[in-house]
Design a protein around this ligand. Sequence first.
Ligand SMILES: C[S@@+](CC[C@H](N)C(=O)[O-])C[C@H]1O[C@@H](n2cnc3c(N)ncnc32)[C@H](O)[C@@H]1O
Ligand code: SF4
Length: 432
Amino acid sequence: MSIGLASKLITNAVRLSLAGRSARFSFFRTRLTEFPKIKKCGIYIHVPFCKQLCPYCPYNRIKYDSSLVAKYIEAIQEEIRYYARFYPELDITSIYFGGGTPTVLDKDIEKIVEALHANFKISGPLCIETNPIDLSHEKVQLLKSLGFHAVSLGIESFDNSLLDTIGRKYTPRKIDDVLMWLEDAKFLNVNIDLMFALPGQNLKQLHNDMVKAITTCADQITAYPLLLFPYSSVGQFLRLRNIKMPGISQRRTMYYYIYDYLIDIGYKRVSVWSFKRSKEAPRFSSVTRERYIGFGPGAGSYYGPLFTLNTFSVQEYIASIKEKGHAVALEMPFTSTLSILYDFYWRLYDTYLPKKRELENLTYHLNDIKGINLLLTLGRLLGMLTDKGKYFELTREGSFWVHLLQNYFVLPYINTIWTEASRQPWPDIIKF
Ligand SMILES: C[S@@+](CC[C@H](N)C(=O)[O-])C[C@H]1O[C@@H](n2cnc3c(N)ncnc32)[C@H](O)[C@@H]1O
Ligand code: SF4
């Protein structure tokens, strides 16, 4: 039996036993007329443009086109106003600009930031993703003047030959310049993304990347293994049918290498893939928020009882905002059990499992989840979890396995949704 089929069977069994048979694991064409009530949430802004398209990239992005960008900027401001009418009292606890490469918008970022301030009450930090090729000294200063608190830089590697292999068109020298500008600007948090298990990468090269990473101004280091999705350019070229991942032994060796290297010199683990230099810097995180509303093509929103996805097509997004004010294409209702599971799942990513959670005036207990005690006992016996009283903490081994299991059990869902949603702007149903 293939590992893909085995993971599908196991996932189906686990999801039915944990979430219950009433949970429907499908996205439906939306019929929404209003959105669920929430009091506070994060905001995600999706900017789907890049000046250069990396062949391995799985995100919803297209080549920069100035006339489309101008229409997108109008549309996203309209979308912000539309949601603000629904949620006049909403407390916005964080704002995250992701992509794509948000900094390709240049001075137009200001229009989005202004629209957010004009329409919402913002109490949390502003964060943005970027990459070295797209930053200049002026752009870094622009981000600072717009009030961004945290910047994440997709470096991937400091090794020229590895950058070449994966098609990143900047030099280690440019990375140094960008890091110097970021340091001068004194953001609250600078995160750098690195990738490992790159084609042909050896441990010496990984070691050199770690040695270099800790000498930079980065407060946080995040490292992902390279995954190839069938719908990415390289996945299509290789005619992949399933996600191609690095082998377990290579991935484990490299993951433990990064983990031990950073923990031994005093870094703190803040998620299964991120490590922070000091306790003071706020953590930079895109995916682990409790509730969020996403703006832009392909952006997801999570309200607790409901998950929605905007259309992935940039043109359709612009047309839909003009016509209706929103561009929600798909919705998936969550049962209360499923939303509790979803919340605990992301806490596991934060590397701890609290025994009690309080969210939107509701209190959840970990052991309310049917069958969870068996899994927790198994986790402890296998050395993946330790009981810390009010919460369970992932061990180094647990951290690696969660990292790996997420790849095998969750990414295939993302692959199915994204393949379908990229193929047709308004799918009727996406089942998995
Ligand atoms: C949206 S990108 C970040 C911003 C910017 N567009 C860039 O590429 O630098 C987020 C991060 O995802 C990671 N990433 C992208 N494609 C990946 C893949 N196929 N496998 C693993 N990580 C990937 C990279 O570390 C990248 O920096
Ligand atoms: S990895 Fe980043 S820069 Fe490269 S295409 Fe994807 S979003 Fe754009």
